[in-house]
Design a protein around this ligand. Sequence first.
Ligand SMILES: [Cu+2]
Length: 152
Amino acid sequence: MMPWLRGRRPLIAASAALLTLAAIFVPLPARAGTPQTRTINVDARQFAFEPATLDVQHGDTVTLHLESLDALHGLSIDGYDVNIQAEPGKSANVTFVADKAGTFKFRCSVTCGALHPFMIGKLTVEPDLPLARAIAVTLIAALGAIAFFWKE
Ligand SMILES: [Cu+2]
């Protein structure tokens, strides 16, 4: 047995058990849970999106409803195969599954004026917490078991 383990097995087992319980029972944000279908309205005007920050959860089916208030604007999301355009006073829809977690920029995809390059927003796809939790529980329990049953 590794020297540092000697006599510490009960402690290690107890720690692993506690961490496992913590991983199971630490409260999740209320929004987390099963993937949802959500519709988000985004207004586009020279030279901003409103809202400019979108938050969804990994696995969500997201419908973007883009409405242009002045000129022809587009909305494309880096890292996602999403690109729509809305004519002035009209709207456009796109539906996609947020299957990649992380932070992605979205931007106007039509040159709409002098400040067009700054017409940028941010999409945050929050990781799948129940899945992350399940993985954490499995890993901690496995490590605890290995430490506990380690043979010399
Ligand atoms: Cu634009």
